[in-house]
Design a protein around this ligand. Structure first.
Ligand code: SAM
Length: 282
């Protein structure tokens, strides 16, 4: 029964991310600039050696795994994700950057096709919230890490600290009835509670577990560009917008554009957010 439910979640996620992939590719440079400080914070604590064997889980369009590949010219990186469409973008990004010491593998985070003690390090940037069974996934990460190997992930903290999504979501909620997310089902803020991921690490036997918050900033050219990119790549917003008709969508767009204007600064729109990084050692 539980397995059936898990399969349904995975299938729904695969479909959802196949649909979101075009938005992620279109808005790649803005998204990567926004999420870059999180990737940097994670990589710093993973202490990448030049021959590192690294696994990136829910790698999507390739980060932070491709940056690790650049830092480990004699090493190797495996980018994994449930959605082949996202990994295809990762491959195009790698080709454009001249990165060759990597491979991609389509697989689910809680069922990894790798032997025990294979990797020196694992990254999971904004993946945890979408896994059907977060405990099983964490046990898989611990299994494929070498003793002494490190795991670092990141998740969004509570919506109140992330106006870059709440501005849009609160406005969409004026036109659509948004059901509260299932606390145990996939959604962007599912892992926001302090120590949610730390407790999973500890239950999987990882040691020296630490978590810390990192600020981000979403920077767009204009309020209109902010709305365009949010409505084309943010999982929560894209799902909610499927419930409204064209006139309502137009009203939402106008209201969001007016609201986000308060973040205009020096010819750009800069909307803040905050994520939590979680480190552990096998
Ligand atoms: C927000 S994106 C993160 C992409 C990338 N790590 C980044 O930070 O730019 C989330 C990714 O999780 C993937 N995903 C969702 N459920 C998954 C699962 N059960 N196993 C592996 N990946 C999954 C999605 O396909 C999507 O590419």
């Amino acid at each position: 029964m539980a397995m059936e439910a898990d399969n349904q979640i995975r299938d729904a996620q695969r479909v959802a991310w196949a649909g979101l992939s075009a938005g992620w590719e279109k808005w790649d440079s803005i998204i990567m600039d926004q999420l870059g400080p999180i990737g940097e914070a994670m990589i710093e604590r993973l202490e990448i050696a030049d021959d590192q064997q690294h696994l990136d889980i829910a790698a999507g369009t390739g980060e932070p795994g491709l940056t690790v590949a650049r830092l480990a010219p004699r090493g190797h990186v495996v980018l994994t994700d449930l959605a082949p469409e996202m990994l295809d973008i990762a491959t195009r990004r790698a080709t454009a950057q001249g990165i060759t010491n990597f491979e991609t593998k389509v697989c689910a985070a809680d069922d990894l096709p790798f032997g025990d003690a294979t990797f020196d390090s694992i990254s999971v940037r904004f993946g945890y919230m979408f896994f059907p069974d977060v405990a099983k996934a964490t046990a898989e990460f611990a299994r494929v890490l070498k003793p002494g190997g490190r795991l670092c992930s990141s998740v969004w903290v509570k919506p109140e600290k992330n106006p870059w999504t709440t501005i849009a979501m609160q406005t969409i909620a004026t036109e659509a009835v948004l059901a509260p997310p299932d606390p145990d089902g996939p959604s962007m803020y599912r892992c926001a509670a302090p120590r949610y991921v730390s407790a999973l690490y500890e239950a999987a036997g990882l040691r020296d577990v630490a978590e810390w918050n990192v600020d981000v900033e979403l920077v767009t050219r204009s309020p209109a560009q902010y709305w365009e990119m949010i409505s084309e790549h943010v999982s929560l917003a894209v799902a909610a917008l499927q419930q409204v008709d064209e006139p309502a969508r137009e009203r939402i767009a106008n209201a969001v554009i007016a609201k986000v204007s308060v973040y205009e600064d020096g010819g750009k729109v800069r909307v803040p957010g905050m994520a939590c990084c979680i480190l552990g050692t096998r």
